[in-house]
Design a protein around this ligand. Structure first.
Ligand code: SF4
Length: 375
């Protein structure tokens, strides 16, 4: 049974009714527990739970210290290509957006990697748009092999592949994959991804399982906050997490919280997700899933990221550029999205230390977790 089978059996109207009927009394009944189960997720993500963020934050901080200590691991994204065949209305790389396009050649990739390695990073995330002609599998394999020369942990955030593709990347040295479904709401998904290969909801939904099946140990999922009703989508994301933890227990699972801040062309964001909403979701995931990684990127402001750090976040990016070649020749016109936290990696490291946490350049927690579970 795939996650799609599970998803198809969820009665969305029932979940919605349940979400809308939760009261403050219901939250009071569960909030003083020392541990939470999946059945509590809907309560913790509901509107009335917004009034209990302080209590949730105290428990989330304690649980994170228990499971991850004071470590915050650091990674940096490297965009290899901004060519894309898709039409995701929210993305600067969508095919009909008039921006300078570029695919880095291997010497350019190596130059970028050298610059990144000089900053101290040992974890890198390689990204592309979805254009199998501009960034084919053979190109990605070479990029991964190059990355292994410079970085201990190489993860990818690229278009979904078949088994053969993931196997080739795993053999080349890929340690982890991040792949957001963007939204689990099929209707919204179709509206947002009208043309291009990404319009295939199911091929994308099953991709993370394909990657786990070929042995990629670090798997990351998420929704793009702002596309749909975030409370319902977060619940479906939690369902996906439960499914993956059960079926791919040898993997280390992370959840990311990308949030739409603006849409190219000045379109309105369909569902505004406030800082408070985002904080609540992070707390709800931490309380129900104390052992998974929680990731926040430089899409968010420095101030918000600093405030979120002790509440459950285990991994953050720093010093990011979202355009191919951005570390040697920044060019905001060809970027995927605007980076809000523009601090240097060393500034981020100083901040982490100043609040009593330990910045780690290599995420050993995920490595140990996956190996422990394997043995
Ligand atoms: S979100 Fe990804 S697939 Fe969609 S347009 Fe942007 S780069 Fe392409």
């Amino acid at each position: 049974m795939s996650f799609n089978d599970v998803l198809s059996r969820i009665d969305i109207d029932f979940v919605n009714d349940k979400l809308n009927s939760i009261t403050s009394n219901d939250i009071e009944e569960i909030i003083n527990r020392n541990s939470f189960s999946f059945s509590d997720f809907l309560y913790l993500a509901s509107k009335p739970a917004e009034n209990f963020l302080e209590e949730m934050a105290k428990k989330a901080r304690r649980l994170t210290l228990q499971h991850f200590g004071r470590t915050i691991s650091l990674y940096i994204p490297l965009y290899l290509s901004n060519y894309c065949l898709n039409s995701c209305i929210y993305c600067g790389f969508r095919h009909d957006n008039d921006i300078p396009r570029k695919t880095l050649g291997l010497p350019e990739i190596e130059r970028e990697m050298q610059l990144i390695a000089e900053k101290g990073f040992t974890q890198i995330l390689l990204l592309t748009g979805e254009h199998p002609h501009e960034a084919p599998l053979s190109y990605l394999v070479e990029a991964v092999k190059l990355a292994k020369k410079y970085f201990a942990l190489v993860t990818i955030e690229i278009y979904p592949l078949d088994y053969q593709g993931y196997r080739a990347l795993h053999e080349a040295g890929v340690d982890g994959i991040t792949l957001y479904q963007e939204t689990y709401d099929r209707k919204v998904y179709s509206e947002m991804h009208g043309t291009g290969p990404k319009s295939d909801y199911l091929f994308r939904l099953d991709a993370i399982e394909r990657s786990a099946k070929v042995g990629i140990r670090n798997i990351g999922i998420g929704i793009l906050l702002g596309l749909s009703d975030f409370r319902l989508d977060a619940y479906l994301l939690a369902c996906h997490a439960v499914y993956l933890l059960k079926h791919y227990w040898q993997s280390f699972l992370s959840i990311s919280f990308p949030r739409l801040k603006e849409i190219p062309g000045g379109l309105n964001i369909p569902y505004i997700v406030t800082d408070r909403n985002l904080t609540q979701l992070i707390l709800a995931f931490r309380l129900v899933f104390p052992e998974i990684g929680l990731v926040i990127s430089t899409r968010e402001s420095a101030e918000l990221r600093d405030n979120l750090l002790p509440l459950g976040i285990t991994r953050i990016s720093a010093g990011s550029h979202t355009e191919p070649g951005g570390y040697s020749a920044p060019d905001i016109k060809s970027a995927q999205f605007y980076v809000e936290d523009r601090r240097s990696p060393m500034e981020v490291v100083s901040k982490i230390k100043s609040i009593g946490y330990d910045p780690v350049w290599l995420d050993w927690s995920s490595e140990f977790s996956s190996k422990d579970r394997q043995d």
